[in-house]
Design a binder for this molecule. Structure first.
Ligand code: MN
Length: 268
């Protein structure tokens, strides 16, 4: 069942996105990816039951409790999507550049507050809250922290397709009125901008003048593993680029008639 839709929508011989594999073990990570597709949006994903439960948030998450951010639930993604950063080629589902905007861990909260405060809940409660359409959780990331809720908007007769939710920050010490997601425009994993990820040859080279978050020693073991893997992937991609015959710099969105990239040089 899970990941069928993910699989159906993609051509894996063309997209650099990871294959549809359901993990046996579930961690408790979350990721927000900035996705420069037809419309720029943010993809909010929670690791749960061996997949990443996913919502597309047009305006991005907010730490301002006054913001109720529309979040369209989309198909579950494989856990290995967690650190996917790169460009989905034109003509493919979700074509455009993906940047890892935020990573961290999450924990379910109790469905009801105790003495006015939400306390940690269980994975079983999280599953039930998700099914009921009112999932409360706590995020521990770099840019996003504190308590949140994802609330399903009940579909009206003949109205929405039923995939509309609201992502809402709860009032707590991490609430930040006037929060603007756009203040952060670089990858939390590689410190690159969308343009640098999706852009020309030079973008694939490491910017040593700007220390990336990958260079500081992460405290959490899971993050260290992720960063090591991302770095390895990047180096492999750079090596492949350098080995490939030189060609004209590619525009961010290749225009018609543009030379097709040789398959062998495609980053994994
Ligand atoms: Mn997306």
């Amino acid at each position: 069942m899970a990941l069928e839709e993910y699989k159906r929508k993609r051509r894996f011989e063309e997209t650099p996105e990871p294959p549809p594999k359901v993990e046996k073990k579930s961690g408790n990570r979350f990721v927000v990816q900035m996705h420069d597709a037809t419309r720029l949006h943010y993809d909010f994903r929670l690791e749960m039951d061996g997949v990443l439960k996913s919502w597309a948030v047009p305006k991005g998450p907010s730490l301002d409790p006054a913001d109720k951010r529309l979040a369209m639930q989309v198909e579950d993604h494989p856990v290995s999507y967690f650190d996917f950063e790169g460009t989905i080629p034109e003509g493919n589902y979700g074509a455009g550049t993906v940047m890892v905007w935020e990573v961290g861990t999450w924990q379910p909260l109790s469905p009801v507050p105790v003495n006015g405060k939400y306390v940690p809940g269980t994975p079983v409660e999280a599953r039930e809250m998700l099914a009921k359409g009112d999932l409360k959780f706590r995020l521990n990331g770099k840019r996003l922290k504190g308590d949140f809720a994802l609330v399903h908007i009940k579909s009206r007769r003949g109205g929405s397709k039923g995939n509309e939710w609201l992502l809402i920050k709860k009032k707590d010490d991490f609430a930040e009125p006037g929060f603007n997601a756009e203040q952060f425009d670089t990858s939390i994993l590689t410190n690159r901008t969308l343009d640098e990820i999706g852009g020309d040859q030079r973008s694939k080279e490491w910017h040593s003048d700007r220390p990336a978050s990958t260079r500081t020693k992460p405290k959490a073991a899971w993050l260290a593993d992720t960063l090591a893997r991302v770095e390895k992937k990047r180096r492999r991609a750079i090596t492949a680029e350098n080995a490939a015959p030189s060609r004209a710099r590619k525009p961010r969105r290749s225009s018609t008639g543009a030379k097709k990239k040789p398959r062998s040089s495609r980053a994994t």
